[in-house]
Ligand binder design. Structure first.
Ligand code: ADP
Ligand code: MG
Length: 561
């Protein structure tokens, strides 16, 4: 039989990616996807081959966040797919567009539960964690499946999509013309969406009447790339703004209207709050006291209608995309002479800020030996600031809490952290995804325990020669390194020389015991734009159990006694 006019599932999948400008794949090779990855490289796609699917998935998720295009993760069947599922669930929870594509076993065998190699009902397994979970059964359906997965991932509230491709579908041949005709490119995947006039007028009236207004920016606004609209709105209305963690840098933290250093005062006393791409979830105490006042009124911009009233009454819901909606609010408010925050309100925030700046400066003056979180982060901050453009990845309990307030961000989408779940394990995946997508240097500031979840990927970082510099805040423990209890204690870790790990792969290792050498190492390693790992020794007695969220750790009257 002549195969001249035939193509197959392998080729169709790459064609479907290319048709929609998908160029990068984050993956772990193995049966049945190895040859897809080889073909992708041959067809000049960028394939980043990881050591664990969870990390490949996190890289794809953050690629989605940074580019507004779904990040692609590919895995083998059953265990590989389930490993990737952590990242898919995390992407969905964080509203990052991502597509997880896994190979799967022979349908004829697995559906009869005859015990195939890596048999699992993957489509069902993905259902609770994805916006959509689908299977392709014929090569001529691959074009439709990828296009549909793309649209579902990025439209409305972005999130994760699962696509199952049984191994035999990849190997099945199909007429070239049929395959070609089955490909298409989606038009306007995430259309602009404006709320109706009545909804806008309601919001404008409320905002114009506010005496103590505040705009709370979340990572949805960063994802939406709404920095220009945010700047216009904030500056033309003189309204104080507060960024959630990953929203830092939409406007520079150094902006004079930032209320970040007076956070609880601003949240607790605002009369009208414009929530913009942020949810009133646990990170904001579900909108309840003691953080919030019962009297505060809310305007809420979100693309997802059912987000409204999820925790308390939203007085002016605005269902729409942030860019168009904010621009419309700015226009509408201009016609009313803009918002009019009272001088008293602005001064009260300014006073708090100054007081807290002084307190922070004092805290950062100390230079103890061994280093504590503050002194080490001052050193890291100075090294980071000397290298503008660098992306910061941050995880760990105390390492995250302290870094968020000590390291300021000047540009949007430069701070990537544990996000909505507050999970550990995103570190190396996010760092690799960010370096690959942007070409910028990445500084990953990691607790020693957080690093452990993805540490093997430093081999990947060296293999692809990525400009990723990892700093381990090494206090030899989860939380603190001096935890009482049995030996070894469940929260204790070895005071290891993590710098030797990267040296094993041919990267550059640093060992820093004081703040001056830590700062020098960060600066030097970022300037070199080469894989490096800095082992920063932190006092094992520094930090607190569970960091800022100790209250979430259950304690009964019995556990206290
Ligand atoms: P943070 O953790 O920073 O508070 P969240 O992840 O809780 O942010 O909230 C992000 C919100 O942004 C989600 O509710 C999501 O639906 C919304 N969102 C994402 N993209 C857009 C967009 N383009 N326009 C409007 N809302 C968006
Ligand atoms: Mg630690």
């Amino acid at each position: 039989m002549s195969t001249q006019n035939l193509t197959d599932g392998f080729h169709a999948l790459i064609d479907a990616f290319k048709k929609n400008d998908i160029n990068n794949i984050y993956a772990v090779a193995g049966i049945p996807i190895t040859d897809v990855l080889r073909l992708a490289v041959e067809r000049e796609m960028k394939v980043i081959a990881f050591r664990h699917e969870s990390n490949a998935g996190h890289a794809a998720a953050i690629a989605g966040y940074l580019t507004q295009k779904p990040g692609i993760c590919m895995t083998v069947s059953a265990p590989g797919m389930l490993n990737g599922m952590v990242a898919l669930a995390n992407a969905t929870v964080n509203c990052f567009p991502m597509i997880l594509i896994s190979g799967s076993s022979d349908r004829a065998i697995s559906e009869l539960k005859r015990g195939d190699y890596e048999e699992l009902d993957q489509v069902n397994a993905a259902v609770p964690y994805a916006k959509l979970s689908i299977r392709v059964n014929r090569p001529e359906d691959i074009g439709l499946a990828i296009a549909r997965a793309y649209r579902v991932a990025v439209s409305g509230r972005p999130g994760g999509v699962y696509v199952d491709i049984p191994g035999e579908v990849l190997a099945t041949t199909v007429d070239k013309d049929v395959a070609e005709k089955s490909m298409f490119r989606i038009v306007d995947p995430a259309p602009a969406q404006l709320p109706g006039k009545a909804a806008l007028d309601r919001a404008i009236d409320l905002l114009a009447s506010a005496e103590r207004p505040m705009i709370l920016l979340g990572k949805g606004a960063a994802y939406a790339q709404a920095e220009n609209e945010v700047k216009d709105f904030v500056e033309s209305n003189k309204v104080p703004f507060l960024p959630m963690s990953m929203a830092k840098g939409i406007l520079p933290d150094s902006h004079e209207q930032s209320a970040a250093a007076a956070r609880s005062h601003t949240i607790g006393n605002a009369d009208v709050v414009l929530l913009c791409g942020a949810r009133l979830n646990w990170l904001l105490n579900q909108g309840q006291g003691p953080l919030w006042s019962d009297d505060t009124k809310f305007v809420h911009i979100d693309i997802e209608p059912i987000e409204m009233d999820s925790n308390r009454l939203i007085h002016a819901p605005l269902v729409g995309d942030i860019k168009s909606t904010l621009a419309a609010l700015t226009e509408g408010l201009k016609a009313k002479g803009g918002m009019k925050p009272s001088e008293e309100w602005l001064n009260s925030i300014k006073e708090r800020k100054e007081r807290n700046f002084e307190r922070m400066a004092k805290r950062l003056e100390a230079d103890p030996s061994p280093m504590n979180f503050s002194s080490a982060l001052r050193a890291v901050r100075d090294g980071f600031n000397a290298n503008p453009g660098t992306i910061l990845v941050n995880e760990g309990a105390n390492t995250l809490d302290f870094a968020r307030s000590i390291i300021d961000m000047e540009e949007p989408r430069k701070r990537l952290d544990t996000g909505t779940w507050g999970i550990m394990g995103i570190g190396m995946g996010y760092a690799i995804g960010a370096a690959v997508e942007t070409g910028e240097a990445v500084l990953a500031v990691e607790g020693d325990s957080a690093f452990g979840f993805s540490g093997m990927e430093i081999e990947t970082i060296v293999r692809y020669n990525l400009p990723v510099v990892t700093v381990i805040f090494n206090n030899s423990g989860i939380y603190r390194g001096d935890a009482p209890g049995t030996d070894p204690s469940p929260t204790g870790l070895l005071p290891a020389r993590y710098d030797k790990m990267i040296e094993a792969f041919g990267g550059v290792g640093y060992h820093a015991e004081d703040s001056a050498s830590l700062q020098k190492a960060v600066d030097e390693a970022l300037k070199a734009r080469k894989p490096a790992l800095i082992n920063a020794v932190i006092d094992p007695t520094a930090g607190t159990e569970s960091g800022n969220i100790t209250h979430l750790n259950p304690q009964s009257a019995l556990s206290k006694s």
